[in-house]
Design a protein around this ligand. Structure first.
Ligand SMILES: Cc1cc2nc3c(=O)[nH]c(=O)nc-3n(C[C@H](O)[C@H](O)[C@H](O)COP(=O)(O)OP(=O)(O)OC[C@H]3O[C@@H](n4cnc5c(N)ncnc54)[C@H](O)[C@@H]3O)c2cc1C
Length: 509
């Protein structure tokens, strides 16, 4: 599971001992460019400091980059990418490094381009309901900047206090409130984008629609494999007149799932419907004492927002539907502190699991909401058969599961057994018409699962898109695709030169 690349003692960059002289020379050339442009502390080459960046939020993959650079603006970042392109040096963008699929895992013979110094909120235009922000801006800071004007930024990953907007765009991040408000892609209107040749180009814009291909749509969710975003125009959403947060206890996840379906079939669209099962509740209680209903087999955290009169009516309906589906306790948050405590239990659930298990895998899959009872039952069976404990925390409203697969790495074979259960859960998601990732991305970790969802032809077609943006395969190579292909390679069924290429009519790029 662990893949650690040791760093050697090359003169001026941190390449490993086995690195070829030409690769080292390329990285040195990029370091020279960076040193000319950036302050001394924005170029990192020392082994001890490079190690800080060896992983993202998925810490069991570790690779030490050869060079870390921290540009302060788009022009500097573009110049560094240009140098990488000239010397064919791979690079990886990194925002806050909270990704959970190894997307920002460095390349051992490449440059890690960190955007943490690009943290300016350039413009907040309340009258247009827009903000323009640099990629390193922390998600929650956008809301903090807009709140005085009565607005906020809706996509709210649970990591929103630390993750960056650039990372959110690259992962098309979701969050608890995406059920009602949509994912990042629904809130990004435009971006400045550094191509793999180092040009800065605008994508999208403030107009509601742009003619031509939706290149912004291709970039959102592309996990840094097409280029780097250096400025983002985001939508701002009006703060709701009223918010009600309700904590509901059920005896089982079946009941909680049925209540979720009942609410949505009744035409109610809560801002959030989050579910936690008994094991996840136990972990959250141990960590943050969130005072969830005692003895619950599942809880729902339901949030209703909007006009006060509408919320009032929906609340009455939700209360009734939860009771009809077996709720044994319902608690409406009485004040902001109470609301924060309810959310604290949910938002700290991943880390809280560390209280009940030394190691765990955070899985991320998505299924149609109606398949929840069946899939949860199948996960329980998998857990029972294998003896591997699984805690479930998830965005129930949109069927986005986050099974936490628990294990103790000090026990021989436990990690492998957990991986097996984790993979089998993704198979269940696919079988039920879902996908191998709901919001955490493919990155390094899930590239191996892509063939379970897509045919070779599908993957080849995606590679063509990638090659159109990144013909040299230097922007976050080795991520997303299980078998990286050079852009000149002829994919799939077409073995040998294509007849059009042979005739000189078309070019293979
Ligand atoms: C406790 C916890 C809870 C989480 N909860 C959620 C959740 O509810 N919903 C959710 O969706 N995710 C969640 N995540 C995952 C993670 O926070 C998100 O994926 C987030 O968007 C990553 O942002 P980052 O700045 O940390 O990006 P990084 O981890 O630094 O990078 C992520 C990917 O984006 C690319 N990238 C970064 N910046 C740029 C850029 N400027 N241009 C192009 N590519 C770039 C990187 O190369 C990498 O592929 C959670 C993570 C943790 C640790």
């Amino acid at each position: 599971m662990t893949s650690t690349t040791e760093v050697g003692t090359k003169d001026d960059v941190g390449t490993s001992p086995g690195t070829s002289p030409s690769v080292s020379a390329g990285i040195s050339a990029v370091a020279d460019v960076a040193r000319r442009l950036l302050t001394a502390d924005g170029v990192i080459t020392e082994r001890s400091r490079l190690r800080t960046y060896e992983c993202d939020g998925l810490a069991h993959y570790r690779v030490i980059p050869a060079l870390v650079v921290m540009p302060e603006d788009a022009a500097q970042l573009a110049a560094i990418v240009r140098a990488c392109a000239e010397h064919q040096v791979p690079y990886v963008a990194r925002g806050a490094g909270t990704g959970l699929s190894g997307g920002a895992l460095p390349h051992a013979e490449g440059v890690l381009i960190v955007t943490s110094r690009m943290r300016t909120i350039t413009d907040v235009r309340i009258e247009d309901q827009r903000a323009v922000v640099e990629p390193g801006v922390i998600n929650l800071d956008v809301t903090r900047a807009a709140t005085p004007g009565g607005y906020y930024y809706a996509p709210d990953p649970s990591s929103q206090q630390i993750c960056s907007i650039g990372g959110n765009v690259a992962e098309n991040s979701g969050g608890a409130h995406c059920l009602k408000y949509g994912f990042t892609t629904n809130h990004v209107l435009g971006a400045d984008f550094v191509t793999t040749e180092g040009d800065i180009v605008p994508l999208g814009g403030t107009a509601p629609d742009s003619p031509g291909y939706d290149l912004l749509g291709a970039v959102v969710g592309s996990e840094g494999t097409l280029g780097i975003v250096t400025s983002v125009i985001v939508k701002l959403v009006r703060l709701p007149e009223q918010v009600r947060t309700i904590l509901v206890g059920f005896e089982s996840t079946d009941q909680a799932g049925a209540a979720t379906s009942a609410m949505i079939s009744a035409g109610i669209l809560p801002a959030a419907v989050e579910m936690m099962d008994a094991l996840a509740i136990e972990a959250a209680e141990a960590a943050v004492h969130c005072n969830y209903p005692h003895g619950a087999g599942a809880v729902l955290v339901i949030e209703l927002d909007g006009a006060a009169i509408e919320v009032e009516q929906e609340y009455a309906e939700v209360e009734r539907l939860c009771n009809e589906n077996g709720a044994f306790e319902q608690r409406l948050a009485t004040d902001p502190a109470d609301r924060a405590l309810i959310w604290k239990g949910r938002k700290s659930a991943f880390a809280a699991v560390g209280r009940i298990s030394p190691d765990y895998i955070v899985q991320d899959g998505v299924i149609p909401r109606t398949a929840l009872p069946e899939v949860l039952k199948a996960i329980a069976d998998l857990s029972g058969d294998s003896g591997v404990r699984v805690a479930n925390v998830f965005h129930a409203g949109d069927g986005n599961l986050h099974p936490l697969v628990l294990f103790d790495d000090s026990i021989e074979g436990a990690g492998e057994a957990a991986e097996e259960v984790s993979g089998a859960i993704l198979d269940l998601c696919i079988e039920h018409g879902g996908s191998i990732t709901g919001e955490h991305g493919v990155g390094m970790d899930k590239a191996k699962y892509m063939p379970r969802m897509y045919t070779d032809e599908d993957l080849d077609t995606m590679q063509l898109v990638r090659c159109a943006f990144d013909p040299q395969n230097i922007s976050n190579p080795g991520k997303v695709f299980p078998t990286p292909r050079l852009c000149g390679e002829v994919p799939g069924r077409h073995k040998g030169a294509h007849p059009l290429a042979e005739a000189g009519i078309a070019e293979v790029f």
